[in-house]
Write a protein that binds this ligand. Structure first.
Ligand code: MG
Length: 223
């Protein structure tokens, strides 16, 4: 008997891309920006979001979709800063959010009252790279405790991102970490990557980050 092989992964990705297109259309219809935050676990996505919501919450209407594999911890932290928070439960050993989950999450968000959606993806630098969520851009975070060569070790994620945040710069005096080398590694895989250097803990660099976010949202509304 002959063996028939079907590429299941290809079909699943195709379906995901269709749904991502639907997400993108819905966001565009309401002129809502969406950033997909990706990083390995512990780079500071949740704290960066908390600080961003805290600083810009009274000027921009922000919603957050957060994916967590085992707990509601991130959702509970972020819920203190926004009334538009959706916790996507990631089950079945999945290591990333998918476009269907975002589409479902958008049903729970009043998009007419929203300027920007932050998606906090599952902490993983490999799996989320290939999954389009219908976002406007991926923002890749890494921290100074992780090693300068992270971008060349996980090139796919850095290639697909438009923005990079190098976080925890408050720890630099205690570490042997070369910021220029880290940025050079990232630009080696993606020369167009725009960098932000931050410490979500101390607030260093957050003025520039928040100014960028606010200007980006204003431009989207005017466009
Ligand atoms: Mg988190």
């Amino acid at each position: 008997m002959s063996v028939r092989t079907i590429d299941v992964r290809e079909r699943v990705m195709e379906k995901n891309n269709e749904l991502a297109l639907q997400v993108r259309r819905r966001l565009e219809e309401h002129r809502v920006c969406a950033f997909n935050l990706v990083s390995s676990p512990g780079s500071g996505k949740t704290l960066l979001l908390e600080r961003t919501l805290e600083r810009l919450g009274d000027r921009i209407e922000m919603a957050v979709i957060t994916g967590d594999v085992q707990t509601r911890n991130d959702a509970e932290r972020l819920a203190r800063y926004t009334d538009k928070l959706v916790h996507a439960v990631v089950t079945g050993g999945a290591c990333h959010l998918d476009a269907r989950q975002i589409l479902t999450a958008l049903d729970a968000i009043d998009l007419s009252r929203t300027d920007l959606v932050f998606i906090e993806n599952v902490g993983n630098l490999i799996c989320p790279a290939g999954w389009d969520l219908g976002e406007e851009a991926k923002v890749v975070l890494f921290s100074v405790t992780e090693g300068e060569d992270k971008p060349v070790k996980y090139p796919s994620m850095f290639q697909r991102a438009e923005y990079a945040v190098l976080n925890k710069i408050d720890l630099l005096p205690h570490l042997d970490f070369d910021v220029d080398q880290a940025i050079a590694c990232a630009h080696e895989v993606n020369p167009n990557l725009r960098f932000f250097l931050t410490s979500a803990l101390t607030g260093a660099g957050l003025d520039e980050w928040c100014t960028f976010i606010e200007a980006h949202v204003r431009d989207a509304v005017v466009a």
